[in-house]
Design a binder for this molecule. Structure first.
Ligand code: HEC
Ligand code: HEC
Length: 250
């Protein structure tokens, strides 16, 4: 009897692989897409794709998900205030696009890595990626940023950028430099930090500074976080900011 069961199981194993091969990549790809979504997108579009309209549009049920290759181009190149993600590979982009379309566009999406690679081939040649440790701002810029920070951010985020306001009656806020900040922001780009910050901060008056002032404040946050200054200023340009990744260490 035991032998018979083993035999049947063995046969099942021989027959099963074809069916497994059809299902498995989908689940694996969807899980991968979900992880990538949490890491790269959920900050603005939120876990359930509801976004935070009108600042960050909802993806759930959005018409913008209808054309998969438009989604690929949007993620890769950005669009208006949506930051670009030049560091994602064709494989990661296909996992992401299939994830968002499967869960929020109620269609079964099955864009292959090859199809994404073909679209990417037509996009501009990519520049190398770098990190916040590469000397991406100047000291003069960080000093300007300090002045802007003190005026617009310091009352809530604290003059040491540690999230402790000077007024003890005010609620605490997230820290904007050093280890605790880096733990939250690690892996994201400065373009994401820039777009998120100017769209939402100062909390009581978002989008009230110039683009230059926002990057200057970011330069100040990096300097206080221990990152080295360099020879060239950080530019308020999403394409170049997108190539600078926030890392806790070199
Ligand atoms: C810093 C916030 C932010 C992050 C992070 C972000 N987005 Fe967006 N996204 C936006 C904003 C703002 C828009 C609206 C852009 C516009 O006005 O056209 C947008 C628009 C979109 C659109 C619709 C664009 C269109 O018109 O075709 C899609 C799709 C999208 N985002 C997907 C993503 C995905 C996937 C990720 C993660 C890889 C992501 N977004 C990360 C802010 C963000
Ligand atoms: C009126 C108080 C207030 C002011 C002024 C303010 N913030 Fe904030 N900030 C907050 C609060 C509260 C949060 C947390 C919001 C949340 O979690 O929903 C926050 C969150 C942030 C975050 C996200 C941090 C994280 O890890 O989640 C960044 C970045 C940020 N602020 C930057 C700035 C900058 C830069 C300025 C100045 C231009 C500024 N803030 C001015 C109250 C303020």
């Amino acid at each position: 009897m035991l032998r018979l069961v083993v035999g049947v199981l063995g046969l099942a194993c021989l027959i099963a692989p074809a069916a497994v091969a059809q299902q498995q990549p989908d689940t694996v790809l969807l899980e991968r897409g979900q992880r990538l979504y949490k890491e790269n997108c959920a900050l603005c579009h939120r876990d359930l794709g509801a976004g935070d309209p009108p600042t960050f549009p909802a993806l759930r049920g959005s018409d913008q998900l209808r054309d998969p290759m438009r989604v690929v181009r949007t993620i890769r190149q950005g669009r208006d205030r949506m930051p670009p993600f030049p560091g994602l590979t064709a494989e990661e982009l296909s996992a992401l696009v299939n994830y968002v379309r499967n869960v929020w566009a109620d269609g079964s999406s099955n864009v292959t890595t090859e199809e994404v690679a073909a679209v990417l081939g037509g996009l501009e040649e990519t520049l190398p990626m770098g990190s916040v440790w590469d000397g991406v701002f100047t000291e003069a810029q960080a000093n300007r940023g300090q002045a802007a920070y003190e005026g617009a951010c310091g009352t809530c985020h604290g003059h040491r950028l540690n999230g402790a306001p000077d007024d003890p009656d005010m609620r605490s806020t997230p820290p904007l430099a050093r280890a605790r900040f880096l733990r939250v922001w690690q892996g994201r780009s400065l373009a994401t930090l820039f777009e998120f910050t100017r769209a939402t901060m100062p909390e009581d008056n978002p989008d009230s500074m110039t683009e230059q002032e926002y990057v200057d404040v970011i330069a100040y946050m990096l300097l206080l976080g221990g990152m080295p200054a360099g020879d060239a200023e950080l530019q308020p340009d999403a394409q170049s900011l997108a190539r600078v990744v926030i890392r806790a260490g070199r």
